[in-house]
Design a protein around this ligand. Structure first.
Ligand code: ST9
Ligand code: ZN
Ligand code: ZN
Length: 328
């Protein structure tokens, strides 16, 4: 399949513009807590853990399988959709795939794509400073989930307004998602996943609801690990001066999003990894499949030579994936 896919290798040395740190990395700050979020997230996690218990005690296997499939679909809605397509424009899609990705993304309910992209573009432009919504220089907990319990730093709001978001604000599929966010995301993330097991194979309401919660918090925490663990633990073969690191555990949990030192150095690569189509990168396989049937195109990659040069120049000296031998 690999031979039939058209990719665009970026040949010229196109590095992302270095942004001068106009904001402190983690300046002194008084947190303004949002207690409603603390309570909601606590409930989601307790309900999800109860769902895990029910998986081992009374749930039907069909409910567990159904939730697992939704977990995979929702995760790809984040990785292939919100992340690689809409935030980074690393490939293009035809309308049917864009609609499909929007629905898959809504199953994950991580705010609307419009909000997600705004935060994520800021995260890349001002990584690990006060203008980064989940600034990892404030530690694991803050970058993982703590940032969702407090009002955003004023720098986030100020710098976010300077971003070019015109492609996203003018996208009719994303405008639809935002306009109907409450009924639409509510239905596909929580409503239907609870109703289907009850009406289609006679699952109990309690099991169906709590296993839906389990799937939801698994999706959330897998995504959050990219912001926390992959900004703290791992090697930095491409840029030793930044926090994002190569983390295999996170790559497994997120279908290929843990090669994070690479991703921050080459964010336009649709594979978000230097290995390309490898076992840990289900997202890349998903995009490749749709490129093969013609629904995805203009897949951008980075040449092996450019990766090696950058690694020699700014990396920490590790070469995790043995690029010498591997096909990129
Ligand atoms: C959830 C979290 O959905 C989803 C984010 C996940 C992040 C993932 C990133 C992953 C990166 C890794 C990539 C690989 C992918 C891997 C995938 C693996 C599967 N710029 O937000 P508000 C302004 S949790 C500019 O309320 P507060 C703006 O004017 C689940 N301006 O700020 C805005 O108004 P509007 C469900 C900005 O009051 C206004 O402020 N979600 C920006 O400080 C108010 O915005 C929840 O539970 C910006 N970036 O509150 C919601 N941001 O929007 C959780 C804000 O009209 N969030 N403004 O323009 C909240 O409750 C709040 O956002 C808050 C901050 C309490 C955290
Ligand atoms: Zn990114
Ligand atoms: Zn990052």
């Amino acid at each position: 399949m690999a031979q039939t896919i058209q990719t665009t290798t970026i040949l010229e040395q196109k590095e992302e513009k270095t942004v001068t740190l106009l904001v402190p990395q983690a300046g002194k700050r008084k947190f303004e807590f949002v207690y409603q979020n603390l309570i909601t997230f606590a409930y989601w996690h307790i309900a999800g853990l109860y769902g895990l218990y029910l998986c081992f005690t009374s749930a039907k296997w069909a409910t567990i399988l159904f939730s697992f499939i939704l977990f995979v679909i929702a995760e790809i809605g984040i990785t292939a959709g919100a992340h690689r397509l809409w935030s980074h424009k690393s490939y293009k899609v035809k309308l049917p795939l864009e609609i499909l990705l929007m629905v898959m993304n809504s199953i994950a309910f991580q705010n609307t794509v419009i909000d997600w992209v705004r935060d994520h573009r800021l995260h890349h432009k001002y990584s690990d400073t006060d203008a980064d919504p989940h600034n990892a220089s404030r530690g694991f907990f803050y970058s993982h989930i703590g940032w969702l319990f407090v009002r955003k730093h004023p720098e986030v709001k100020k710098r976010g307004k300077e971003l070019d978001m015109s492609d996203i604000y003018n996208n009719p599929v994303l405008r639809f998602q935002r306009k109907y966010a409450v009924p639409f995301i509510g239905a596909v993330c929580f409503g239907l996943p609870t109703l289907i097991p009850v009406y289609c194979w006679g699952e109990s309401w309690t099991n169906a609801w709590h296993i839906t919660m389990l799937r939801y918090i698994m999706n959330l925490n897998a995504t959050f690990l990219v912001n926390s663990a992959a900004h703290i633990y791992g090697k930095r073969p491409y840029d030793k001066k930044i926090l994002p690191a190569q983390n295999i555990g996170v790559s497994i949990a997120t279908f290929g999003e843990g090669f994070h030192n690479y991703h921050h150095v080459f964010p336009w690569d649709y594979r978000a990894a230097e290995l390309g189509n490898n076992g840990l990168n289900l997202t890349t396989k998903f995009i490749d499949f749709f490129a093969w049937i013609g629904w995805a195109y203009d897949l951008k990659t980075v040449s092996k030579e450019m990766i090696k040069q950058r690694s020699k120049r700014t990396g920490d000296g590790t070469n995790l994936w043995g690029l010498e031998d591997k096909d990129t």
